[in-house]
Design a protein around this ligand. Structure first.
Ligand code: ATP
Length: 364
């Protein structure tokens, strides 16, 4: 679509403190043209603060924010060519959809025909054309969110920023809006930065995910890259649903990039880049979807006592306990007749185990 909606951005060494509290402790992110970047992390990790700094709503204490090669630190919010969509929509309640979208353009002094053209185009993209004369209270949550996005689109920004835009919607509407946002990104070919604590949104929307914790970046990468090779136990536990099992384990043997480990009787081989020592305490990461159940365990198989089984229909999640008391969740085919009190075992799918240092949490 428009060329001006394709900007690149460099964030380097960015810091922010509120009094003595350091909310951001040195952030480096490169965002290429047309990229959809998701800032993901738990509440309080600093992702909204970073987004607000990009928007110009919060001062940058140290470091540089560059858009298309120009330093933006001291540039006023209104001059940055950025549009932000908030969680709360922030629509004018007494203005129609059309007037809500038009307001910013009027303030900017755009002629009427130009305003109309942009509104028509945005309404078409967002399927809002039949709703243009309604006021916000006559709209559903999802439609209101689309108006808020429409207001951003008509400004033809260089970069779109989204701050948890779907968190006020119910689950099915969230899914629908996720699909719409992905389509919008394809159609607009725009650079987008999106904040969320929802890893499903991050996995499904992002070209690149930036996982944050306590004001620092834990890992940056494509969604499947992060899923397949989490850099540490924090990222491993944060990406994936249900969470990856993180078991206390011990190294039995290690040679030639292969490590054999034992976690309460679950013995498995893990491929590694760095070698732990034989006997070393480590953390073994096993995703529930990468454990195959053994329904009739032999005496040598690790015993798993089923504590609870959640049946979702197509799949079930069995929460089990290992002999040493550690818990292990398995994803099972929904047709398997497993319930609390059963005993089963499991096999780790080859190549699907992760190994982390018990001391630092870093991936081996
Ligand atoms: P959430 O998902 O809950 O919005 P977040 O990751 O977006 O969390 P931020 O809103 O960026 O987190 O806040 C990061 C940290 O900075 C938090 O500990 C927060 O309490 C603190 N903080 C944010 N804004 C201010 C402020 N204006 N004054 C003081 N502390 C602040």
């Amino acid at each position: 679509m428009r060329d001006n909606a394709m900007s690149y951005m460099q964030i380097s060494g960015v810091r922010k403190s509120f009094g003595a509290y350091e909310a951001l402790r040195g952030i480096d992110i490169d965002i290429t043209k047309r990229e959809f970047v998701v800032l993901l992390g738990p509440s309080g990790c600093g992702k909204s603060t970073l987004l607000r700094m990009i928007a110009g709503l919060e001062e940058i204490d140290a470091g540089d924010l560059m858009i298309d090669g120009e330093r933006m630190n001291e540039v006023k919010a209104s001059q940055r060519g950025i549009s932000m969509v908030f969680q709360s929509y922030a629509l004018y309640p007494h203005k129609t959809v059309r007037q809500n979208m038009e307001f910013g353009l009027k303030v900017a002094g755009l002629p009427r025909t130009e305003r109309q053209r942009k509104i028509t185009e945005a309404a078409e993209i967002l399927q809002l054309t039949p709703l243009l004369d309604r006021i916000p209270k006559e709209l559903s949550g999802g439609q209101r969110q689309r108006v808020a996005i429409g207001r951003a689109i008509v400004r033809e920004p260089k970069v779109f920023l989204f701050d948890e835009p779907l968190s006020n919607l119910d689950a099915s509407l969230r899914m629908q809006m996720r699909v719409e946002l992905a389509r919008l990104h394809r159609e607009l070919q725009a650079t987008m930065v999106y904040v969320t604590h929802d890893q499903v949104e991050a996995m499904t929307l992002a070209d690149k995910i930036v996982v944050m914790r306590d004001g620092v970046i834990e890992q940056t990468g494509a969604p499947l890259e992060i899923y397949r090779r989490p850099a540490n136990t924090f990222v491993a536990g944060f990406i994936g649903s249900p969470n990856m099992n993180l078991l206390k384990a011990r190294v039995i043997d290690s040679k030639g990039g292969q490590v054999q480990v034992d976690a309460a009787g679950i013995v498995t081989e893990v491929e590694v880049n760095a070698m732990p020592e034989a006997g070393e305490a480590v953390t073994l990461g096993l995703r529930p979807e990468h454990l195959d159940p053994v329904m009739e365990p032999a005496a040598r198989d690790p015993a798993l006592d089923v504590v609870a089984c959640e049946r979702l229909g197509g799949v079930s999640f069995a929460l089990t306990q290992l002999p040493d008391g550690q818990q292990l969740t398995l994803q099972l085919d929904g047709t398997l007749p497993v319930s609390a009190g059963d005993r089963l075992s499991c096999r780790v799918r080859p190549g699907q185990a992760h190994l982390f240092s018990a001391e630092t949490g870093h991936r081996f």
